[in-house]
Design a protein around this ligand. Structure first.
Ligand SMILES: Cc1cc2nc3c(=O)[nH]c(=O)nc-3n(C[C@H](O)[C@H](O)[C@H](O)COP(=O)(O)OP(=O)(O)OC[C@H]3O[C@@H](n4cnc5c(N)ncnc54)[C@H](O)[C@@H]3O)c2cc1C
Length: 431
């Protein structure tokens, strides 16, 4: 068993890999590298004053794959008024849950005489370790092409949608959001909570509407998995189902097949993966990333009142003149020029490791200890072990977003908790 391990990341994934290691008998030293003041939260569950809810029901948010009711039991004990399995609770409550697991983990490590040490640094001396776990999570969104360094450095460009600098945004002009997914929804609610009343324009390539989680309607028909699992047959299968089922039933059907998606994905040819990314990823993303009804109602009110305008189009240019952001974009085949308070980038985390700014990823990549996957959606890993495929002298494991190219579905708690257990098992069984 390796004796000295580095776990890099202060979010759910880092916490759960360490917890699984301890629960399964690890003996030795663990150094956990974190960003200062961020032991467990990550951008998703930090203590935010905005009323942001989980996008997944309580019953599916346990951190332990073998104990599905763990989160609901935590709620029953500490937040009984929110404990219904079917509910969506505040993300800050989930932050408390993760903190309680981390506190417990630290106690367990003491009892098991494991040297568990927190290191507040983004630099890692890799050679020291027998194994490294990359749990670096959500990278900032890619900077849109064509932006000058002056614009990027200015407060008119808000490149971190999870840590918006509200103080630097003026209240008079409209706000421009690039992206139209869950992060856009969070951003709109956070802006309103922070007192910004002005109009918000959200631009995305397709301008799809966010879908809402169905109330727990029972999927009346049992639909068996499609026999042909190439991309073309799967698209055909889902199209047929969509026509035969109610909207809610179709969404529940997608949920029931989501755990299969990684297996389908791994069997796709490179061309199929590329086709999926160019043609179907937005549709699939919209169908499976859904919001709770309460949040949908707020967004609908915003849209009906005209305070939030969602448009399909492309960003053409973005400049600043010291007082406001001048943005040009297309919508309905027209070019629109507007003056905005700022642009907030909500296009989703960067996945191409060759352009990531994370010093650990950069360092490992420069040594070729990790390699990008063929479609530039993360690190090339072995799907069944999560071991990075590179020329590393030690074992490097990756979890979460970094594994998207190999697994596609590698973001939600349901996926990460299973990955954490698998990685811990791999470490414990390795020589
Ligand atoms: C806003 C938002 C809401 C979400 N809501 C849900 C939900 O409701 N349900 C669900 O199942 N999933 C949700 N997700 C998915 C979410 O990504 C996962 O649930 C989970 O939080 C990811 O955890 P992680 O540890 O992999 O990454 P992160 O939470 O991103 O944590 C990684 C941490 O590592 C740190 N780090 C990175 N590099 C280094 C380095 N070199 N050195 C030191 N520290 C480093 C980062 O600063 C960060 O704190 C949400 C995601 C986001 C962004």
């Amino acid at each position: 068993m390796p004796k000295k391990i580095a776990v890099i990341g202060g979010g759910f994934s880092g916490t759960m890999v360490i917890r699984q290691l301890i629960d399964h008998g690890f003996k030795g030293t663990i150094h956990r590298f974190i960003q200062e003041n961020s032991e467990t939260g990550g951008p998703a569950y930090k203590n935010n004053s905005a009323p942001l809810l989980l996008n997944v029901r309580n019953q599916n948010m346990s951190a332990f794959p073998d104990d599905p009711s763990h989160f609901v039991r935590f709620l029953e004990l500490h937040f009984p008024e929110h404990a219904l399995p079917n509910n969506f609770v505040l993300r800050s409550i989930y932050g408390h849950y993760l903190k309680s697991i981390w506190d417990e983990t630290k106690d367990l490590s003491k009892k098991a005489e494991i040297q568990l040490q927190l290191v507040s640094s983004f630099q890692v001396d890799h050679e020291e370790y027998d194994a490294i776990v990359l749990a670096t999570g959500n990278e900032l969104p890619r900077i849109p092409t064509g932006l000058s360094t002056k614009v990027i450095a200015s407060s008119f460009y808000q490149g971190n949608p999870w840590e918006i600098d509200f103080n630097s945004i003026q209240h008079e002009l409209p706000i421009f959001i690039l992206g139209n997914g869950l992060t856009m929804v969070d951003t709109v609610l956070s802006l309103r909570q922070a007192g910004f009343q002005q109009k918000i324009v959200a631009l995305s390539t397709h301008g799809f509407n966010m879908l809402v989680h169905p109330e727990n309607e029972v999927l009346t028909q049992q639909v068996s998995a499609p026999v042909q699992q190439d991309l073309h047959s799967l698209v055909h299968f889902f199209n047929i189902q969509r026509k035969g089922l109610s909207h809610a039933q179709f969404l529940l059907l997608v949920d029931s097949f989501r755990p299969y998606f990684s297996t389908w994905w791994q069997r796709f040819s490179l061309d199929e993966k590329k086709l999926f990314i160019s043609k179907f990823r937005h549709v699939w993303g919209t169908i499976r990333h859904r919001i709770p009804t309460q949040i949908a109602q707020k967004i609908n009110e915003e849209r009906i009142s005209g305070q939030l305008v969602v448009q399909a189009g492309k960003l053409l240019s973005f400049q600043e003149n010291g007082q406001f952001a001048q943005i040009a974009y297309t919508s309905d085949n027209k070019v629109i020029n507007g003056d905005f308070a700022c642009l907030i980038n909500c296009t989703g985390p960067e996945t191409d490791i060759t352009v990531m700014s994370n010093p650990v990823i950069k360092d490992l990549l420069s040594k070729q200890w990790i390699l990008p996957d063929l479609i530039r959606q993360g690190i090339d890993i072995q799907a069944d072990t999560h071991l990075a495929l590179g020329n590393s002298p030690m074992k490097i494991y990756a979890i979460g977003n970094l594994c998207k190219g190999t697994l596609w579905e590698s973001t939600a708690v349901g996926e990460l908790r299973a990955q954490a257990k698998l990685i811990a098992k791999g470490i414990l069984e390795s020589k």
